[in-house]
Design a protein around this ligand. Sequence first.
Ligand code: FAD
Length: 497
Amino acid sequence: DSGAHVPALVIGTGYGGSVAALRLAQSGVDVHMIEMGMAWDTAGPDGKIFSNTTSPDSRSYWLRTRTKQPLSNFLGFPIDKDVTRSTGILDAEEFSGITVYQGRGVGGGSLVNGGMAVTPKRENFGAVLPSVDADEMYGIYYPRANAGLGVGTIDPAWFETAACYQYARVGRKHAQRAGFPFVFVPTVYDWDYMKQEEAGTVPRSALAGEILYGNNYGKKSLQKTYIERIRATGRVAISPLHKVTSVAPATGGGYTVVIDQIDTGGATTATKTVTADRVFFAAGSVGTSKLLVKLKATGALPGLNNEIGKGWGDNGNVMCGRANHLWDPTGSLQASIPTGGIDNWAAGGAFAEVAPLPTGIETFASFYLSITKNPNRAEFAWNAATGKVDLNWQTAWKQPSIDAARTIFDRINQKEGTIYRTDLFGTYKIWGDHLTYHPLGGAVLNRATDNYGRLHGYSGLYVIDGSLIPGNTSVNPFVTITALAERNIEKIIATDL
Ligand code: FAD
């Protein structure tokens, strides 16, 4: 309520925010979490909380009148369709040179992501977070994060026979024949549930293609892990459909936080002002960066340093498809949770996940999301004319990612005598180089903040999400975001409270 005072306010309910809220509450601090998206705890008219990938409705996109699917075309035909504008689950946020996909709602990106839960190889960690003690991360915080998230690996025997992973077995065969190691990728999917999905004894979610617009059953999103434990503490209030617009020092100590309550059409219905002793920025790389850049430029937090908004990267995301021969079908039933990848990081700077194309029909296509070593970094800046925050990423900056991905797929195509698909991202376009699922950076650890996420210039203000990570993690990022948050909040609780 307006006028309230809270000891700790957390902006956002994704990985960083959930770790912060749980650990603060467990140490006896009352917490209020503010989330701009919906609660996602109530079934719609079809009896399900989330809408299916093949029939997106008003629940699918954040304030759009037309879907913006990552794969925009199929066999040359555009596949986007009109939807009712609403505060849906997937935000395709457009900046000048890149579309950044993000989850909206209680659970943040965990609501929409592929569930791939990957710890970087230790030899790569020095480049991921150079100022962080690797022994501590691999000894304590990565294990803590993996346990808290419920990470598990597919039963290798089941993998060999399950029809829904034929696409992954074909991906493995092609990788190995070209001389690349294929590795299993751990996930947060409930593997026993998926076995039952395949057996037809439970309602399907991964096997019904559910992923981008939410997963109704088997995926352990944060709602089923950290947030369930948060609720059990009884010390945390969560306000969905509330968006933080300002944080500024309060007279008499602490911070004044301004919050817009919005309706499902996106309109502001009330503006509330609360004070908080401590504020944790956990609005995601884009959300936190946009807020901090605006607050520094407009005079609410003028003492933030010049690293704010800098060091943003796309984790080198690039997608592509390959056309297989008719003797290499990838299956009409494809589990939406990828479970294997091709590791050519050391030699070629690319880690390619073998991804599903869950169209329900045989496509003879292999599809991949590659995470690559891309050195380009963009910067967020306040645009006084539009009153918005811009990002200066350029489409051409994906070229190092394409080059890295080609170290894998040119060789596989040569070995198999196959070609790239050119029909998935437009007409005659091979590379899905227009987007990222993995925004990282903008308030980088040990630059915009100290080595534990304390913002320089303001005691009691913290960053605790993907904006701390300088642009690249060599694998999918959420385990690293969670582990770093576990490390930082432990230090903050021990020394600041
Ligand atoms: P987020 O999880 O983004 O949470 C931030 C929250 O803050 C959001 O809920 C947002 O609505 C809220 N918010 C923002 N601004 C405000 C504001 N002003 N006021 C109130 N609330 C606000 N990663 C993996 O590791 N493996 C995968 O398989 C994977 N697949 C992905 C697939 C897709 C389609 C997408 C979009 C992402 C995927 N990711 C994956 C990335 C992963 O989900 C993100 O890296 C992760 O969610 C980031 O965590 P975070 O805590 O930084 O922020």
